[in-house]
Design a protein around this ligand. Structure first.
Ligand code: 6R9
Length: 647
């Protein structure tokens, strides 16, 4: 499985980094970060240039990360205004609607400028000022990008909530960052169905301060109820001036907050700042995707996830690219949709998740072969480890063996790519994220002792030795939690939460999360979050949630549920619990399998033995290891006898 499949340099027309350049540039980036980033920081426009580059500390008790700290800039000016002179009439965003029968929109940089300014003026009229928080709960429509860039323009901090999240999850995020405004739409069409975003927002706002305003974009024109706090975005934008000055922002002023699941029940507000984030997003976008002037770039993610932030909006627009925003799903109206869109818009770089690749592989190669994919040059993968079977299908059937595949490992917390092959510089290995991007110093640690494991052919937990510009700066409102989550298990390092292997050649392979986070279709879900949703149901006494291998989703959600005394298990109750979790968190959190558990395996001190539950869920209970510390070993026999996943 570690054979070299292709040499990327053979196919890349003019890579930014050649095979001989990588080691030299990498060495320079880690031996002299000030010199390296001082130079590369200039790739974006600064209002006041920085004189300081790196000022970072991973020292326990003093976790402090600053890049370019005395520079000032504006992200919206970088993503929009600075392109007006050179490429005002070039398409900035191609919007591809859910229904292929509806026309795509081509929005030029000049149009984008006018719309962003109008939206910014609307926000200002609603009293939004520098530093205020704005929640964006929108479908994948151009207004989502306008809203992000409008916030950036006036210095407001946006926090996008994925449109698949429930009213409860939305409400928690509005309150979590004390937002002044929610931007939403009437409905979100997706895969031929419609999510009632406005009515979800109304429900969420029942539990928020009365002063929170709501700005509503018309997407379908479907019926909604209207209250005093609601404002009609389309009408206000039509009246607004198409010019709005940019706010001068310090490099370390927050740009956005994005909530992500962790190993505790409460999602964390990951904070990214203005300068370092933009430098890192734009540089990784250009180099990793071998982006060149005139290319059409498509990242299929949703802007509700970090991938959409960095590689639909901020990275590509900072680089003056044409970026595609796709409202739909891979399988609607049929399994050829991705390839139809690639052919229609002559896509050069295509970036998606292994779960989509596996689903489309399952639908059959004929869906791909119907479409002309001759413009594709680079394929990307993100979100979870890609299994070699899916990698090979992606390579052979989609890329026709000529497109390098960049398997990019990174996280909400890292802002941009951390480990990835580079087109033109790397020999690819199916399933390996391979090598660090510039400035990233991966280390493999022994999980229990925390000792560094040197050499090749080793496995352990993945940590990063020093800071890089795209790194998150804090957890919103809780710097202590930032330190505790990422810097306390392994002191002096950033802990990724992932396991990894460094092979004989020194290439990195991500082996998956080592904490209580599962990766469902490339989305992170904390098991504790699903557990607390389940136990909030009146009939549930206790619940334990683990991941298990799932053919399409990568990992599925397996829930062990103990009912309250007197409650009887039934199929109806199982459905009720599935629906319950959907409404508590969102459809992505719905358990795939629910097993009724009369008891859970616990240690004498009352700790649930998750190791055992994972093994049973994996249908691999032959080697359960030591169960002698269990308070009641007989519960294990019952769980095995009634296991739900039998392969
Ligand atoms: C960008 C993104 C982060 C977690 C991460 C890891 C997994 C992401 C991966 C990958 C193996 C890759 N992950 N990319 N695992 N190979 N190429 O996905 O951010 O939603 O925060 O998830 O996803 O487990 O820790 P996020």
């Amino acid at each position: 499985m570690t054979q070299d499949v292709q040499t990327a340099s053979a196919v890349s027309p003019k890579p930014h980094v050649g095979p001989d350049d990588y080691p030299k540039m990498y060495e320079a980036s880690v031996s002299d970060p000030d010199g390296f980033w001082g130079e590369h920081g200039k790739r974006i426009d600064w209002i006041k240039p920085y004189t300081k580059v790196k000022n970072t500390s991973f020292t326990p008790g003093n976790i402090d990360i600053r890049w370019f700290e005395d520079g000032t800039l504006n992200v919206s000016a970088n993503c929009v205004d600075r392109h007006l002179e050179t490429r005002g009439d070039q398409t900035a965003i191609i919007w591809e609607p859910d229904n292929p029968a509806d026309p795509a929109l081509h929005i030029t940089y000049r149009d984008l400028h006018a719309s962003v300014c109008k939206m910014a003026n609307v926000l200002k009229d609603l009293g939004i000022e520098k530093g205020d928080r704005v929640i964006i709960y929108l479908p994948m429509i151009p207004e989502a990008a306008y809203a992000m860039l409008a916030c950036a323009r006036i210095g407001a901090i946006h926090s996008i909530v994925f449109a698949g999240f429930s009213p409860d999850a939305l409400g928690a995020r509005i309150n979590g960052c004390d937002a002044k405004l929610v931007i939403t739409a009437d409905y979100a069409p997706r895969g031929g169905r419609e999510t009632p975003l406005k009515s979800n927002t109304d429900t969420a706002l029942l539990h928020c301060k009365d002063s929170v305003n709501c700005l509503v974009v018309k997407r379908t024109g479907g019926q909604t109820t209207w209250t005093d706090r609601d404002h009609d975005c389309n009408a206000l934008m039509a009246e607004a001036a198409p010019e709005c000055p940019v706010q001068v922002m310090n490099a370390e002023d927050p740009l956005f907050i994005l909530y992500t699941s962790g190993s505790t029940g409460q999602p964390k507000g990951v904070v990214h700042c203005t300068g370092g984030y933009l430098v890192y997003a734009s540089m990784t976008h250009e180099i990793v995707f071998d982006y060149h002037e005139g290319d059409i770039f498509w990242c299929t993610a949703d802007v509700g996830w970090v991938t959409g932030h960095s590689y639909i909006v901020y990275g590509p627009l900072a680089n003056g690219a044409t970026t595609i925003m796709f409202e739909g799903v891979p399988t609607f109206p049929d399994a050829g949709r991705f390839w139809e869109v690639c052919a229609k818009h002559k896509v050069n770089q295509f970036y998606t998740a292994p779960t989509a690749i596996r689903a489309l592989m399952g639908a059959g190669s004929e869906w791909v072969e119907k479409h002309d994919l001759s413009d594709l040059r680079i394929l990307g993968s993100v979100g979870e480890p890609i299994n070699p079977e899916a990698w090979n299908w992606y390579n052979d059937v989609v890329g026709k063996g000529k497109c390098p595949i960049v398997d990019t490992f990174w996280q909400t917390e890292t802002g941009g790519h951390m480990l990835t092959p580079l087109p033109g510089a790397s020999k690819l290995k199916p399933g390996a994220a391979q090598q660090p991007f510039f400035g990233v110093q991966p280390v493999v640690l022994e999980p229990t002792s925390g000792d560094i494991i040197e050499g090749n052919g080793v496995e352990g937990v993945l940590c990063i030795r020093d800071s890089w510009p795209g790194q998150m700066r804090t957890v919103w409102g809780d710097h202590e939690r930032f330190e505790k989550t990422y810097f306390s298990d392994y002191k002096g390092y950033y802990f990724s939460g992932d396991g990894c292997r460094r092979d004989e050649d020194g290439d990195y392979w991500i082996t998956g999360r080592v904490d209580d986070v599962i990766n469902v279709s490339g989305h992170r879900m904390g098991t504790a979050e699903v557990e607390s949703a389940l136990v909030a149901h009146a009939k549930v006494a206790e619940a334990a949630v683990v991941g298990y291998p799932h053919e399409v989703k990568g990992q599925g959600i397996y829930a062990y549920v103990t009912l309250m005394q007197g409650e009887e298990p039934s199929d109806d109750l199982r459905k009720e619990l599935e629906k319950w979790v959907r409404t508590e968190i969102g459809p992505i959190a719905k358990p795939d399998l629910i097993q009724w558990a009369p008891g859970l395996p616990k240690t004498r001190s009352g700790k649930i033995m998750r190791r055992i539950l994972r093994k049973i869920a994996e249908d691999d209970f032959g080697a359960l290891g030591d169960t002698s510390t269990l308070a009641d070993p007989s519960v294990v026999d019952d769980l095995i006898a009634n296991r739900m996943n039998r392969s």
